[in-house]
Design a protein around this ligand. Structure first.
Ligand code: GRF
Length: 210
């Protein structure tokens, strides 16, 4: 059994993106609307051309581009971790961050790094998960928010949401409907982790009952 360490009252999120950033925007909107009690203390992109950067700037957030191209993982991760620590991030939110984290990075934030994946893990890890699921012919897919561990798309699951595959779907329409669920599931998972109202038993993230 593993009870989480309490989170500081500042409830700071450090968000890592590489692209579109729609999950980041959904989280930011939920915070602005008072549906998620948190603060985004930094948005970091490893790509200077990520469209999500502009969305973050428009919101007046602290945005930092730390290019990963041509650098070793360890070197890049060191700079990202130091920016996250400087911004006093309590929870690290991978929102379409297309890089594996080094074990050292993960150890800096034990049970404090979340990722979202567009399938019902452990089915269809890796790239193009929605297409993998569609091509396989599943009748139900969905999304998973999980703690990040040293294996790809693998850590303990915090929230999952299901999405039916409809007869006239293609992989794009399925991906669109999964994305709508992602935008709700991520804030739900962040709330659970910030509130610390859970225990990790084996691989299971179990809500504490009082
Ligand atoms: C999402 O489908 C997410 O599940 C996956 O990458 C995509 C990122 O989309 N990890 P966005 O950049 O948040 O719009």
């Amino acid at each position: 059994m593993n009870a989480p360490q309490p989170i500081s009252s500042s409830r700071n999120l450090g968000i890592l993106i590489s692209g579109r950033g729609s999950n980041f925007v959904a989280i930011a909107d939920n915070i602005s609307a008072g549906r998620l009690h948190a603060r985004i203390s930094i948005v970091i992109s490893n790509r200077s051309d990520a469209p999500g950067i502009e969305a973050a700037r428009q919101r007046g957030l602290n945005v930092v581009v730390i290019p990963s191209k041509g650098r070793t993982r360890e070197d890049h991760d060191r700079e990202v971790v130091s920016a996250l620590k400087e911004a006093r991030a309590d929870v690290v939110v991978l929102a379409g961050y297309m890089r594996l984290l080094s074990p050292w990075f993960i150890q800096q934030f034990p049970h404090r790094i979340l990722n979202i994946h567009p399938s019902l893990l452990p089915s269809f890890p890796g790239l193009d998960a929605q297409k993998q699921a569609f091509d396989y012919g599943v009748k139900v897919s969905g999304c998973t928010v999980h703690f990040v561990d040293e294996h790809l798309d693998h850590g303990a699951i915090v929230v999952q949401r299901t999405v039916p595959v409809l007869p006239d779907d293609d992989d794009h329409s399925l991906a669109d409907r999964i994305l709508q669920q992602e935008h709700q599931a991520y804030s739900e998972a962040i709330r659970i982790v910030l509130d610390g109202n859970y225990e990790i038993i084996g691989r299971r993230v179990v809500a504490k009952t009082h």
